[in-house]
Design a protein around this ligand. Structure first.
Ligand code: NI
Length: 191
């Protein structure tokens, strides 16, 4: 019984690997990263597949958060897992909204999978309460603090076409944008 169970689990893992897909992450500047996304009206098989692929893509990158527009899907879906040590906590948030923000602010050095190797300090509310729909269709609410709070705000910004560099001064933002344009040119040439 025990062996049979583990065999099934093994087979299941193999099957999962075969249908999960690491999707291409868009690099800034890209018009799709500047657009507001549409809400998900129905949790279809396609949404389940998108969420599974996004988690796979995020862990592979590796990153702690990823929003659907970063893989070119203009829907309000994000994934995140901010656990550094210990068992993973893969989270899928559909149509997330911030329903409360603390007055206390906190500063984190942020980065973004769509702006590789660029980091800058961004000030945001230290704690936020977020409401969302989970993959099973139920409404969830949780109060986030620390890195989780920063991450969820950063990812929700993506769903509204906003990047962390939009919080920086114009000179710093232009400098990073020019670096990304150069990176994209190099990648296109296969450098
Ligand atoms: Ni990002």
């Amino acid at each position: 019984m025990c062996c049979f169970g583990s065999f099934l689990l093994h087979r299941n893992q193999l099957r999962r690997k075969s249908w999960l897909m690491i999707r291409t992450i868009l690099i800034h500047p890209d018009p799709r990263l500047k657009k507001s996304c549409d809400p998900v009206s129905e949790i279809t098989q396609e949404v389940h597949l998108l969420a599974a692929d996004m988690l796979e893509t995020m862990y592979d990158a590796p990153g702690i958060g990823l929003a659907a527009p970063q893989v070119g899907v203009m829907r309000r879906v994000l994934v995140m897992d901010c656990i550094k040590d210990g068992p993973p906590r893969p989270m899928v948030l559909i149509n997330p909204t911030v329903v409360w923000s603390s007055e206390d602010l906190t500063t984190y050095e942020e980065g973004c999978l769509s702006i590789p190797e660029q980091y800058a300090e961004v000030k945001r509310p230290a704690e936020v309460k977020v409401q969302w729909t989970s993959l099973d269709g139920s409404t969830q609410e949780e109060q986030f603090s620390g890195l989780w709070a920063t991450c969820v705000q950063h990812e929700i910004d993506h769903l509204d076409g906003k990047l962390f560099i939009d919080y920086l001064g114009p000179l710093k933002r232009q400098m990073i944008t020019r670096k990304m344009e150069k990176l994209k040119r190099e990648r296109a040439r296969g450098v």
